[in-house]
Design a protein around this ligand. Structure first.
Ligand code: HEC
Ligand code: HEC
Length: 436
């Protein structure tokens, strides 16, 4: 039985994250390509595009619906800049395809703060002493809910070619569309006049550009939430927000911080509210997703069927990547399958999954309590980390009032906070309204 637990291994994951972050994991082949322009006598080839040029093209492509088969769907259609680059509606999954009639199978994540995502990794116990603790580190990192790609450039190819998203037949047809855009001339200036005659190179240049835009544009990492300003000592949290933060951190209560990290990094970097680890929370099946009408279909995250290289790792079935909670209060669909549409529901699920299973599952206490995972993998579901450790009939870790306080705290994670005009000095917490 796998025994994925946060206990005693957070430090390992944190160290791995810091190490990876310090090395700067994002590779950048196009920008880093050596320039041969200084060879004497040679015809000077085109110098490698600058990062700014890549980001400029990437921005144009990101907002361009003409790159899709429907000609109506851009990256920004699902990843709306006005919604923290998350979905602009509360649908569990979005509609795409040639006629925008085909449903997806997963909720759209926010694209903010992805820059610090580590590559997919799995650390193993390194000593007998660690082995004796009977716990193992879950894997972490990579892009998408199942971490199946390690760069945003690889990732960008997925929606461009996926039949229920932008639905291009192949890379060549994407490039064909690209060559007809208003910025095709600019694309040739940056990547070479013959670039469209080399579709594979043109497609790679496009996905590199989309990556550069997401890595470098400040709108993807503003760090200007109330919580950021609080960490910088510029504003104070209200009494209710402070209570929420305390509940969120309490190891015996919410214990949310064991996966959704709130401490700044060793280098002072503001926290991302995720450690990128994979966990099986047993989120209930979502009937709003048409694919789920087939009783034999299960989205099992890390072990497939979308991700294909870990199909034999049965202990990975049901595990999904921990998302950032920055801007979470702006979302209208929560978890990988968008099963919940309000934060209240999502938080009630955490603290009442085990105390009141009948609220969440059609067969509570049965062999297949977790109805979105085949019977054989039910043991993968996390029962080790609080608040997922309680039993039926016990008191939930949080009351309704506690949940309201935690939501007040989560709202401080929304970007774009402006302190009220009249508050030149931090508002003392004692004077703030307390509605909990
Ligand atoms: C039809 C809606 C839709 C469109 C259009 C779309 N995406 Fe996404 N995006 C998603 C969904 C759903 C996921 C999660 C996919 C998964 O887990 O398999 C996702 C995941 C991502 C991720 C990974 C996020 C993470 O947390 O690891 C990135 C990066 C991304 N998209 C960028 C893009 C880019 C760039 C484009 C345009 C080329 C684009 N998307 C177009 C729906 C969309
Ligand atoms: C053991 C690790 C772990 C702990 C502890 C944990 N989470 Fe999560 N959280 C996750 C994972 C993994 C997901 C995604 C799961 C999925 O979609 O199947 C998630 C998703 C969420 C989401 C949905 C976000 C979105 O964008 O859809 C919210 C909200 C959330 N967690 C809040 C909390 C709160 C509040 C707590 C404390 C009560 C908490 N989490 C404790 C790992 C954890």
């Amino acid at each position: 039985m796998p025994n994925w637990s946060k206990a005693g291994r957070t430090a390992v994951v944190a160290a791995a994250l810091l190490g990876l972050a310090a090395c700067g994991r994002q590779t950048d082949p196009v920008a880093a390509a050596p320039s041969a322009a200084d060879t004497p006598g040679a015809v000077a080839p085109k110098p490698a595009p600058s990062k700014a040029e890549l980001a400029e093209i990437g921005r144009l492509a990101f907002f361009d619906p003409s790159l899709s088969a429907s000609r109506k769907m851009a990256c920004a259609t699902c990843h709306s800049p006005d919604h923290a680059y998350g979905p602009p509606n509360s649908l569990a999954v979005q509609l795409g395809g040639p006629d925008l009639k085909d449903y997806g199978t997963r909720a759209v994540p926010s694209l903010r703060y992805l820059r610090r995502t580590p590559i997919w990794f799995k650390t193993f116990v390194s000593s007998d002493r660690e082995r004796l603790t009977d716990t193992d580190n879950p894997p972490a990192g990579g892009f998408t809910w199942d971490g199946r790609v390690n760069t945003m450039a690889e990732q960008a190819a997925i929606p461009l070619l996926s039949p229920n998203e932008m639905a291009n037949r192949d890379a060549a047809s994407v490039v064909e569309r690209l060559s007809q855009t208003a910025y095709a001339a600019r694309f040739r200036d940056v990547f070479g006049q013959d670039i469209f005659s080399r579709p594979a190179d043109a497609f790679a240049a496009l996905t590199q550009s989309l990556q550069r835009f997401q890595l470098d544009d400040p709108s993807f990492q503003p760090y200007d939430s109330k919580f950021d300003q609080y960490l910088d000592g510029k504003v104070e949290l209200t009494v209710q927000e402070m209570r929420g933060l305390k509940l969120f951190k309490d190891r015996d209560g919410g214990n949310c911080v064991s996966c959704h990290i709130v401490e700044p990094g060793a280098n002072g970097a503001h926290p991302l509210l995720t450690d990128f680890s994979f966990e099986a929370l047993g989120v209930p099946r979502n009937k709003e997703i048409p694919a789920n009408a087939n009783p034999d279909y299960y989205d099992m995250g890390l072990c497939g069927p979308v991700r294909t290289d870990k199909r034999d790792e049965k202990s990975y079935c049901g595990l999904f990547k921990t998302p950032t909670l920055r801007n979470v209060a702006t979302r209208g669909a929560f978890f990988h399958n968008g099963r919940f549409h309000t934060l209240e529901q999502a938080l009630h699920f955490y603290v009442e999954r085990d105390t009141s299973p009948q609220k969440w599952y059609p067969h509570p206490g049965g062999k297949q309590q977790f109805d979105d995972l085949p019977v054989a993998y039910q043991d993968n579901v996390d029962h080790i980390d609080a608040p997922l450790t309680r039993h039926k009939g016990e008191k939930p870790a949080w009351s309704d009032a506690d949940i309201r306080d935690v939501i007040a705290f989560l709202k401080t994670l929304d970007d774009g906070y402006r302190a009220p005009a009249n508050a030149s000095a931090p508002v003392p917490a004692g004077r703030a309204a307390h509605s909990g």
